[in-house]
Design a protein around this ligand. Sequence first.
Ligand SMILES: Nc1ncnc2c1ncn2[C@@H]1O[C@H](COP(=O)(O)OP(=O)(O)OP(=O)(O)O)[C@@H](O)[C@H]1O
Ligand SMILES: [Mg+2]
Length: 331
Amino acid sequence: MTALLLNSVNKSFGEVHVLKDISLEVMEGEFVVFVGPSGCGKSTLLRVIAGLEDATSGEIRIGGTLVNTTPPSKRGIAMVFQSYALYPHLNVRGNMTLALKQEGQPKSVIEDRVQKASRMLDLGPYLDRYPSELSGGQRQRVAIGRAIVREPKLFLFDEPLSNLDAALRMNTRIEIAALHRQLGASMIYVTHDQTEAMTLADKIVVLRDGRVEQIGSPMELYNNPANQFVAGFLGSPSMNFFPGDLLTDGDTRTVGIRPEDLFLADDGPLAVRVSHVEQLGGDTNIIGHAGNHQITARLFGQHAVSPGADLRLGFQPDRTYSFDATGARLA
Ligand SMILES: Nc1ncnc2c1ncn2[C@@H]1O[C@H](COP(=O)(O)OP(=O)(O)OP(=O)(O)O)[C@@H](O)[C@H]1O
Ligand SMILES: [Mg+2]
């Protein structure tokens, strides 16, 4: 079953055309991640799905029903924002129950759902506290709890973890994955974070300048990017790009090689002058230049290489990508 279907959705703010002909399908129970550079339209697209903004044209269907004119509260969705947006004058219980009270749900149903959600999110001990008395991670869990109690068919998350520190982000990321398994609901999740996108998504939608660049599973996009933008956007450190004539005279293609596909080889075709070395313990990132093109190699294990060294890098020919001058992928 399809949970959400977008058919040629456009959104303009006055003269500014922000979403361009967006079509995509989210299956029931699927975890879909939107990624793309700042300003590409990720939040606007979520807001259009939620009904907080009207689409200028195109169809939005939730569970098969056209919802273009359905108010947000009747769409069966719940949205979690980056900024938490908790009500400061309500305690945790009050924040979690407000929407249910507004819906006129019976007391017993409300209590039941609050108990269930607070157990899932470890919020039991905090139900009487006010937002100002909570840590950032706890506040974010309340914001998620407030969405869970509504038992939506579709969750929308707009960068929910970006205010958290690295350790808490990782914990909360794992919690969100567990929550998704437990609830079996469809989720759409916006993030800037590579790791979140790769680890949480069943399907990633790469957006650029209001358009869909590519849709696929994380490994499909990583291994088979449709164009240079997607190739460069996914992966950290990102894919190396350099002109083909660095390898073969007169070659007009742009060649792409992922950092982990480069290795040290005395007779390798890429001559690199090392400018910087990152020793990560498990891996070593070597950043250098071939001519005036920056090249990053990610080597497994520890390597004693110093800035200023000259070395040669090799690669398997079938681990390279080719792009034309417009960034389109060549066979
Ligand atoms: N109400 C509005 N009026 C006019 N332009 C808007 C409005 N809301 C958003 N925009 C513009 O639409 C574009 C997309 O904005 P949006 O917030 O969707 O980007 P985003 O991908 O979520 O970016 P970020 O990663 O920084 O959150 C931006 O250029 C923004 O300036
Ligand atoms: Mg945004």
